[in-house]
Design a protein around this ligand. Sequence first.
Ligand SMILES: Nc1ncnc2c1ncn2[C@@H]1O[C@H](COP(=O)(O)OP(=O)(O)OP(=O)(O)O)[C@@H](O)[C@H]1O
Ligand SMILES: [Mg+2]
Length: 404
Amino acid sequence: MSELGEPVGAAAEPSTASFCAFACDEESRRAIEQVAGELPFGRTMVSSGGIRKAIEYLGAHRSPKVLMVDLSGSELPLTDIDELADVCEPGVTVVAFGDQNDVGLFRELVARGVGDYLVKPLSPGLVHEALLRALQGQASNRRMNRLGRLVGVLGARGGVGATMIACGIAHVIAETRRRRVCLTDLDLQSGTVALTFDLDPSHGLREALESPERIDSLFVDRAAMKYSELLYVLAAEEPVDEDCRPLPDALPPLFEELRTRFHFVVLDMPRPSSPLFRPCLEQLDELVLVADPSLAAMRDGLRILQALAKTSGSCHPTVVLNRIGAHRVGELDAREFENGIGRKIDLRIPYDPKTVAAALNAGQLTFAERGPVGQAIRALANIAARCPAAETRSVVRRLLAFWR
Ligand SMILES: Nc1ncnc2c1ncn2[C@@H]1O[C@H](COP(=O)(O)OP(=O)(O)OP(=O)(O)O)[C@@H](O)[C@H]1O
Ligand SMILES: [Mg+2]
């Protein structure tokens, strides 16, 4: 068991409040406290402080279902809201409030996924109306902000490095970009994600995929393994002599649940022969297609690209040629491979057993942080995240603050 893997199987934090508020002034705090106590929230937390305090708190704690946050005093409210979205789980409904009565600000906030904006002074009546709307939005599953991105990593055929890359991308997004990630291995019997992270696999994923009615708001807490503060793993190792029957109908509720809890869901994709393969392809936001420089991987890569074009999915695949140099003799060169699949390769990753095997055997993901393999994985994490690197954003923030 890895040290980082503790406590395994305990994704839940029972003390998480389902309503949190951060208010700078006493009057707002009192109004919110009064209304929150009257509504069916369960555990609530009302704290003094503004959006910076909320960002600090939510960076270290699980998110509530509904969050009220005070923007007064913020020099860059929109930048602060973006930063809040980075640390919050995607399914949170945010009600912002402040002292600026500005339609332009309201529109910009709504465009960023904020559910509502209230102008101070806050009366209990105003807060009551806004929180009722927020609760109704949650109950009818019309959450007001964005969902996490679904990123699939698929090997053109077996052994080309898809799992290594999926684990690396998940690790980099969680540890470098500091976003919540659930790495999900949909190969219930032979998947190696749990093995890679040195975690005990759970039966929860199989139960969910075979009996979709069991997928509820507590599913992630029951079934996901906590690897680190921001990285969770859903994986199984069901006996090979049992007949696993995952149902394609389980995927939409599974993905819905995961995408409201995590900024990114990284899927180690099932094989094309799995009943889950096609429905998965259709739901992806991003696909990383991994091949090695062999004739067989070229043929199968081409077939997958052709199958993708026939689905109703809209993701643009990123093609990765991995393990270059593993079998020098007989390897296709990049040009031959590109001619064969009829498109460009996006990234090439050399075979580097010293870095990769040594790290993986020790149950560590350090290969994603150094050397040419690490560089390629970080590039893939940026493509998967489809937004500027975290470091770039904080530089932009500092520059904007300087300008004002
Ligand atoms: N660039 C690389 N350099 C060195 N070793 C690599 C590289 N990429 C993958 N490997 C190694 O190749 C082996 C196969 O990788 P991996 O298990 O990720 O492939 P896969 O496509 O998921 O295979 P499977 O079909 O079994 O799911 C592993 O031992 C992995 O550590
Ligand atoms: Mg694999």
